[in-house]
Structures are given as C-alpha cells and as structure tokens.
Design a protein around this ligand. Structure first.
Ligand SMILES: [Fe+2]
Length: 487
C-alpha cells in the first residue's frame, strides 16, 4: 500500500503529485511574448513510493522532468517521470527498494549493482541532446519531444568519471562545456575529474586531482582562464554509510577550501585557498582580472540543509543557513592561502541565483534571484502554511550600483528558482525576460511567471496557468528552439 499520510512534510502544496501530464495550449493571463521560442525545462523530484526512512533527504526523490514548450505565442506543458533503473525496479516491486541518500548499505537486498541515482537536479541541453543531471551518476539522455528517458550518456566513452555534476558551465564564446565529477572513481573517493567537452560533445581535456577531503562539490566558477572549485563542510565516510546514515554530515571545524586551476592547466597547477566555515553551494559568475580571480556567489555561513545533520550533534542553525551575495577575491600572487570576502548586499536571498548566461566568465552587472520581502502584503488566511520563509519576490541585483529592483508575485504566492532569457537578437546584458514558476497556495496551482527583466516593478507580462500543482523544480533552464531537435 502507498501511504504518505504520516509524513508531515508532505502535506498541502508539498504533497506528492505522482501523475504524468500533458496540457495543450495552456491558459494564459496576459500575452506571451512572441519571441520566446523554445522551452522552459524544469527538473525536480517527487516520490513514486514513500521513502524507506523518515529522516532521508528530499534529494532522494525520484526525478520528474517537465517543460513549458513555447511556440508562436502558445505554451504547451508536458511532465514525465525520469524512468531510471531505480524507478523501474521500484515500480516492478510496487514499493521503495532503495534506502537513504547515497547510501547503498540501506537498500533492500537484490538491488545491488543497479544505478541507484534519481535524476532530479538540473536539465541540460548540450550538443543537440537533452539530459537530466544528478551529481552521483552520469547524465541521462531524455527525448526532448516526448520527455521519455533514453538512458545514461558517457560522451562516446571518453567521459570516465562515474559521476557528473549538476552544474556544468558552458563558455558562451566557444560553446564548450567545462564539467566534472566528484567521488569520480567510486563511492567515498576524493577523486575529482575535470573535463572540457567541445560543443559537439567530444571530450577534449581531462585532468584528475584529489580534493582536500571528500565533500560535496555541487557547483564551480568559470572564468576565461580559470576553473574555481569550492569544497566546504560536508563530510562522509564508508563508516558512516555502514552505520546507516545519509551520505553527508556537516563538520563545522572543516575549513572551506577553494581550488583554482588554469583551464589549460594540469593537476599539479591547482592552488587551494583556505577560509573559515562557509557553504558555497551555487555560484553566480566569475572572472579573471590580471592576477586576481573573482567569484561572486550566494554563500551560506554554515550548513544550509537540515537533513544533513551536524556530525557533533549540534542543532541545525536556521540563522546561519541564510545566503548572502558575496564576492571572493583570490590573489594568484599571494604568498599565503587566504582570500578576501565581501558581502555585496545586506539582505539574505535564495542561493538559486542566475545571471545572463551570455556574460558567463565575463564582467557583468546583474544577478537575479528570489528573496522573501515580508513588507509585501500576505494573505495568510488564504495562503495557508505559506509562512515567513517563502520567497515572494524576484530581484535584479545591480552589482555596479548596489541597488535592487524587484518583482512581487502576489500575496498568496511562493517563487521557485528564477531564470533569465535574453530577448531575441538582443546583445545588451539584461535585455530579456525573467521566467520562474510560482506556487499559488490559494488556488493550489502552479503559474509560470514571465516578466520584463528591465522593468520588474511593472509586474508580469504573462502568467501561464496550470490547473494543478506542478512538481517543484530544483533547477530549470531555458532552451532555445534551435538548440534541440524539437518537433
Ligand atoms: Fe544545484
């Protein structure tokens, strides 16, 4: 029997949805801009079957891919499970066979050797193919028209890491992808393999190095000359897996390391800088200026995730789990391993921020992310459990002036990750649209917001209405019509 009723975190808007969907010609309030041709592809998680353990991480949810397909001012919606070997095995057994997050010792007997990855983190369009990404496995290829799962992809056998990041970086000038895998040669190894893959999907470079300790390397920074590799606070070991714990624990005594390697360098060229307790889960942008490497990112002071508990038993600290947009500057001429840190805005924000990807690796001005503005009106009586933590605004953060302009989603709405889409044929940074899905708690439905990135205060240009709750995304990406073989 399938019973989610005893899991308190899976109620109301956060209850599993579990169905696949097609909505043709979605309802729209306003007018969809005619130059949006392509798809807003989202990837997230839902539970096919309840987790085996109440204290498992939501990162164990089964992958669910969905897209808003834009053509000629019309939007169609499609949602499908990512049908991994794990999904198929569970469905055949009619129950959850797999245990805790990245801990195979907690699985039921009989699933040894199956890829236990759930593909629930980031969609990627690259080299004419659509992929789902999850950092504990290879990418999975997806049919961009049906959203059916094709299977794992290893770049013609030349990508040798067993894992692939959820945050590869694409150089906007060359179209090449810089990507990596950590725990690259197996569970509980500190091997990191770093790759360059050309725009046709051929591996052109590989370097292999060791991280200072086995830790989550969720995202990197990329400049025209360097790759920046943050390593921070999460620890793991074979012992803790055998004890039946989730993969990661937080160790506040671990310094945050940042590795910097030239894009054309070798493993011996990596320099590790060292700083105090921090968590740089996601980055915004980076650049090299002379002898300085500069990374801007929404950085947490400590453990951002309550479901990866502290190894010393201390309680999770919500105050420290707030991200602030910060600038880290690394001096390649320095004699010590320190670096400087600057807080660019005093307000805390969602760490799921984006920039205009055409300016990735280059000097840029604007960062976009969601945040919670409690000064805005909120109708708690209609919004139910939409409480103080909900992100009700998208902000455009001007790094040149320190000013911020914002879009407000509504008094019963919570916003998921933002996405920036350039206006067709424009080249100026920030000339384009802000897209993102709002959860409308009053109507219990999802709404895709489209706003003018240069005039956020004016509200949305259009809202694409779904008559149901769409599975929450982890990450979403805009894919232009010419990037994939769309029908
Ligand atoms: Fe991520």
């Amino acid at each position: 029997m399938v019973d989610f009723s005893k899991i308190s975190s899976m109620k109301g808007f956060l209850a599993p949805t579990r169905f696949e969907a097609d909505v043709y010609d979605c309802e729209v309030i306003g007018k969809v801009p005619g130059d949006l041709n392509g798809a807003f592809v989202r990837l997230g998680g839902d539970w096919l079957y309840p987790p085996k353990f109440d204290d498992d991480s939501p990162f164990s949810m089964d992958g669910y891919i969905n897209m808003f397909r834009f053509h000629d001012g019309i939007v169609d919606y499609k949602g499908r499970w990512v049908k991994t070997p794990r999904f198929k095995a569970d469905l055949a057994a009619r129950k959850q066979l797999f245990g805790k997050y990245r801990n195979p010792f907690t699985d039921e007997p009989g699933v040894e050797g199956l890829d236990r990855s759930v593909q629930n983190t980031t969609p990627l369009a690259f080299a004419g193919k659509l992929f789902t990404l999850k950092e504990d496995s290879l990418p999975y290829e997806i049919d961009c028209n049906t959203l059916e799962t094709i299977g794992p992809w290893n770049f013609h056998g030349k990508y040798r890491s067993l894992t692939f990041t959820a945050h590869p970086k694409i150089d906007p000038a060359t179209g090449e992808m810089i990507c990596y895998g950590y725990e690259a040669s197996g569970l509980e190894t500190n091997d990191v393999f770093l790759y360059t893959i050309d725009k046709r999907g051929n591996v052109t470079r590989e370097i292999r190095f060791k991280a200072p300790y086995i830790s989550m390397v969720h995202d990197i920074g990329l400049t025209q000359k360097h790759v920046i590799i943050p390593v921070f606070g999460f620890v793991t070991s074979m012992e803790r897996l055998k004890e039946g714990k989730v993969h990661w624990g937080w160790d506040s005594t671990k310094p945050a390391y940042v590795g910097i390697v030239p894009r054309d360098g070798e493993a011996k060229d990596i320099r590790w800088f060292k700083g105090p307790e921090r968590a740089t889960v996601h980055t915004l942008n980076a650049r090299t200026e002379g002898d300085k490497v500069i990374l801007e990112a929404p950085v947490f002071d400590s453990n951002p995730f309550p479901f990866f508990p502290s190894v010393d038993g201390s309680p999770w600290d919500a105050q420290k789990a707030r991200a602030y947009i910060r600038r880290n500057t690394f001096n390649l001429n320095s004699k010590d391993d320190g670096f400087t840190e600057e807080k660019l805005f005093e307000m805390n924000v969602s760490d799921l921020g984006r920039v205009d990807d055409r300016y990735l690796t280059h000097p840029y001005r604007y960062a976009y992310t969601a945040f919670s503005d409690r000064a805005r009106p909120a109708r708690e009586w209609r919004a139910g459990n939409l409480s103080a933590g909900a992100n009700n605004c998208y902000g455009r953060f001007d790094l040149a002036t320190g000013k911020m302009t914002s879009y407000f989603a509504g008094e019963t709405h919570s916003l998921q990750e933002v996405c920036f889409v350039p206006r067709a044929k424009s080249t100026a940074e920030g000339d384009g649209y802000i897209l993102g899905v709002a959860s409308n708690f009053a109507e219990m439905r999802s709404e895709l917001i489209i706003a003018d990135a240069q005039n956020l205060a004016a509200g949305d240009i259009a809202r694409v209405i779904l008559p149901f709750r769409s599975t929450p995304q982890v990450h979403g990406r805009w894919v232009n019509a010419d990037e994939l073989p769309f029908a």
